[in-house]
Design a protein around this ligand. Structure first.
Ligand SMILES: [Mn+2]
Length: 318
């Protein structure tokens, strides 16, 4: 029943339907939110009704500006679509709509089809797919749409530094700059400005990082108690997972984050061709070559042991 489709069919779906609910993934990041608010604004430009659905009701503070890029509208959703959601499991509290998702637009190679129809194109960010869709739908990329979509491209490529960045990524980003997006302002907010509390948390995470396999593996962690101590809301922890990989010599950077009393979310970021998604898929997760994730039930120690067993084996086999 589930089938793939091309971009023209995606455009046709939007043209011939109305009243869209756009679903984002749990622990929403710049790409899922940028895709959602950009798409929402595009659909509204076409005279359609559309709204974005976010775990927790609102985007994290860092992405609050995206909310203003689409108009609030009152209507009953008839067509659910998802953006940047690789697996129904990642819908979080929005998984009550999982069975009703008519269209998924995603860029993950590891996409597990759950929507009736899915469009998966493995560009660096899903926002690049939405830019291409804008062309197909013949909508004007306004400054607001450009800001939303640039946010996802910049964040998913680590400000155009990660290996997923291609010349096409830059070309599409340039197109958005030509449409008036405020790249400098967005990049400053995404990559430079950090709250005092967050900086203190980062300092804790760096100070408590553990190293294995001749410092080729670095493991950082946060727990609910640690977040409470530094007064950091759950949804502001995101950037922490980029830290372990930044240490010289580290090939596998692991960040373990407590999700609830018995579940830990593991994020793996890798260097030099090590396949993060291969590591995470052994623990039931997935993602991209250089950035992937999974969840492990148990204690922090058990989560650490589980991911280390796989990561150490991977290093030994190198
Ligand atoms: Mn993404």
């Amino acid at each position: 029943m589930r089938k793939t489709c091309n971009l023209a069919e995606v455009a046709e779906f939007f043209k011939s339907n109305d009243c869209f609910g756009i679903l984002t993934h749990q622990f929403p990041d710049g790409d899922t939110l940028g895709s959602a608010y950009g798409l929402c604004s595009m659909l509204q430009q076409l005279g359609k009704k559309a709204r974005v659905l976010v775990n927790g009701g609102r985007p994290p503070k860092k992405f609050a500006y995206l909310e203003q890029l689409a108009q609030p509208q009152d209507f009953n959703v008839e067509n659910y679509v998802s953006v940047d959601v690789a697996d129904a499991k990642l819908l979080g509290e929005l998984d009550v709509y999982a069975e009703q998702v008519k269209l998924a637009i995603d860029h993950h190679n590891t996409h597990k089809p759950f929507a009736w129809v899915y469009y998966v194109n493995p560009l660096a960010s899903n926002c690049e797919n939405i830019v291409e869709l804008a062309g197909e739908l013949n909508v004007t990329i306004t400054k607001d749409i450009a800001d939303a979509l640039y946010t996802g491209i910049a964040t998913d490529t680590g400000c155009f530094r990660y290996t997923n960045t291609t010349s096409k990524t830059h070309t599409i980003a340039a197109q958005l700059m030509d449409c008036g997006c405020d790249a400098a302002k967005i990049n400053k907010a995404m990559f430079e400005t950090v709250s005092k509390n967050k900086k203190a948390l980062e300092s804790y995470v760096i100070g408590n990082m553990e190293y294995f396999c001749d410092d080729k593996i670095a493991v950082a962690h946060t727990t609910k108690d640690i977040l409470k101590k530094f007064n950091i809301p759950e949804d502001e922890v995101e950037g922490i997972s980029a830290i372990p990989r930044t240490i010289e010599g580290v090939l596998i950077g692991v960040t373990i984050r407590q999700k609830n009393d018995t579940t830990y979310k593991i994020s793996v970021r890798t260097n030099e061709g090590i396949d993060a998604s291969a590591i995470c898929s052994q623990l039931g997760g997935g993602g991209h070559k250089a950035a992937a994730g999974c969840a492990v039930d148990g204690t922090l120690q058990q989560a650490k042991e589980a991911v280390l067993a796989v990561a150490k084996k991977y290093i030994e086999e190198q």
